[in-house]
Design a protein around this ligand. Structure first.
Ligand code: ISL
Ligand code: CA
Length: 553
């Protein structure tokens, strides 16, 4: 099958199935709910959906713990519902990218249940079991959710590795049978008409199995042994060659702590692995060491430097992804020095103008298109996310002050982005007719889809226009990136230039009016997007964002 580069024209909308739309009123979003809302996506103008996991799962980590890769979680519907959803998407010109979690399975997966039972199980080597050191785990590694990375298994008197929750055992990619299983799973879904995959934490699948103690001090002890591990590229090339290359897929790999060099390898079209990756350097500018719990003041200079670094270094060589939000991040309005109150609407529009004209494929997370904000849950007990509770426990056991922990958690909890989609202002926001699994934000009374459709100046209608420009403007794909005011602390302005044309995005990341003049702006330009009425190339309003197209004489 010929691999095309449709991924370069994709505008991707991420659906978090638990929170999108509940069709059978049990309080949980589902597949038929998604199908019923496809016209919302058509209206918005996106052409691809990334669907967070809907496979069978005990839902310890909301589906990122898969117990059957070829089955649909009954909570979300049936395989028939799924096939119907794919059909309805394709009918509307929307492609479907599935989420594939291959670093670990659920501890309820048949492979793991068997693997645990005995060292002679044919599945024992599908996972990573090691003898402990006396009563202690094999080494000092810690995982992503703030816990030790090993759990004791009494049936075999061994410990198994889990870099996430203990219900998410890491699989052993060094076992060729495991790789064949995943190739088979990829083919299974492609044969069902799926158009691609977002691959969860893909750059940690290969572990240095000498299992040396990690020297890291604060977080992810042992990370050096598995982040971009020894056989990563070899395994991904195999997956590509034997699985993906038989289909015209889009692939995006979620990476943690990847360097430019790793990204070059992961997205090399000569030795194909993935089309693009998610890299979190730009969302990590408001924390220390890439750990969101260590909050740090936002700096626009750090932010643009990070974005610019990848723009400049990838633009002629590789493809990139563009995003602020997903189901793990807090909401973007109110973040990155913007405002989710008085200037919420301006902020959301400016933020969109500011990244989606960089070079790469835009990803929009559900609710972002109407400027949904962080959760208003107050009590720790009302959060559902496993990470939130694990971190809370760990922080309490370290005797950190309760008030401080609560504040940190409210800021960083992944539930901030997982609250039910706000379709209208009814009691459960039109998401469901019963109380949903996670609290609906009270601001549904004025932040909702229904009102957004009606209001010409809504964030939704701005996104709609933005996506249209994005789809129609060739400079978006080919224009060369340049930061136009590198040292400015309040305004991010860049161009995408090719031949005698350029697109220019000018974005004020501050709450104040800011003097700003593009010295080389001629007279032959059009304003394509603007979140205020005027643009005079002298002063920007609070959170003003403008996109210009100029013919250069
Ligand atoms: O959100 C994070 C921690 O707060 C990240 O470190 C996150 O755990 C990391 O990006 C990996 O995320 C992915 O894999 C996890 C899953 O819980 C996330 O939802 C998923 O996006 C384990 O499968
Ligand atoms: Ca439901």
């Amino acid at each position: 099958m010929k691999q095309t580069d449709w991924y370069k024209k994709a505008v991707i909308y991420q659906i978090y199935p638990l929170s999108f739309c509940d069709s059978n009123n049990d309080g949980i979003g589902d597949i038929n709910g998604i199908t019923s809302k496809l016209d919302h996506l058509v209206k918005l103008g996106v052409n691809t959906v990334w669907l967070s996991p809907v496979y069978k799962s005990p839902m310890q980590d909301n589906g990122y713990d898969i117990s059957d890769y070829k089955g649909i979680n009954p909570m979300f519907g049936t395989m028939e519902d799924f096939s119907n959803m794919v059909k309805e998407m394709h009918k509307r010109g929307i492609k479907l990218v599935m989420d594939l979690v291959m670093n670990h399975t659920s501890d309820q997966h048949e492979w793991f249940k068997s693997a645990c039972s005995s060292v002679s199980s044919p599945y024992h080597d599908y996972y990573i079991f090691r003898k402990g050191k006396g009563k202690n785990p094999p080494n000092n590694w810690t995982g992503f959710f703030g816990e030790k990375a090993w759990k004791y298994n009494s049936a075999t008197d061994e410990w198994y590795l889990h870099l996430f929750a203990s219900g998410q055992p890491d699989v052993n990619w060094d076992n060729p049978k495991v790789r064949q299983e995943f190739i088979d799973i990829i083919k299974f879904w492609c044969d069902k008409g799926v158009d691609g995959f977002r691959m969860d934490v893909i750059n940690i699948i290969s572990k240095d199995q000498s299992f040396k103690n990690g020297k890291e001090i604060l977080f992810l002890k042992g990370g050096k042994s598995y982040i971009n591990g020894p056989h990563l590229h070899e395994y991904l090339q195999q997956i590509n060659k034997e699985g993906l290359s038989n289909y015209d897929t889009l692939t995006v790999g979620e990476t943690v702590f990847s360097s430019l060099d790793d990204i070059y390898k992961l997205t090399n079209t000569e030795k194909p692995e993935l089309n693009m990756v998610f890299n979190f350097d730009h969302t990590n500018v408001d924390n220390f060491f890439g750990v969101k719990w260590f909050m740090r003041k936002f700096s626009l200079r750090r932010f643009r430097k990070t974005l610019g670094y990848y723009q400049v270094n990838l633009q002629n060589k590789r493809w990139n992804s563009l995003f602020y939000e997903n189901h793990d991040q807090r909401r973007s309005v109110g973040r990155f020095n913007t405002d989710d109150k008085e200037y919420r609407v301006q902020s959301a529009k400016m933020l969109a103008t500011s990244i989606y004209f960089l070079k790469g494929t835009p990803f929009i997370y559900e609710g972002q298109e109407i400027g949904m904000t962080n959760s208003d849950i107050k009590q720790i007990k009302d959060y559902v996310d496993v990470e939130t509770h694990n971190i809370y426990k760990t922080a309490r056991s370290l005797h950190m002050p309760k008030r401080y922990i609560e504040k940190t958690i409210r800021n960083g909890t992944r539930d901030n982005a997982r609250t039910p989609m706000q379709w209208n202002d009814s009691i459960y926001a039109g998401f469901s007719s019963v109380k949903p699994w996670l609290k609906v934000n009270d601001n549904k009374s004025y932040i909702n889809v229904e009102m957004s459709y009606e209001d010409q100046d809504s964030i939704f209608n701005f996104y709609k226009k933005l996506i249209k420009v994005h789809q129609e403007e060739p400079l978006v794909i080919n224009g060369i990136y340049k930061d136009l005011c590198k040292h400015n602390k309040k305004v991010y302005a860049y161009e995408r230039r090719e031949g005698n044309e350029r697109l220019v995005a000018i974005c004020n990341y501050s709450k104040k009016n800011v003097k700003f003049k593009l010295k080389d702006l001629g007279t032959n330009y059009k304003v394509l997007l603007n979140n205020y009425e005027e643009f005079d190339n002298k002063e920007l309003k609070p959170y003003q964002g403008v996109l210009i197209k100029e013919e250069i004489k």
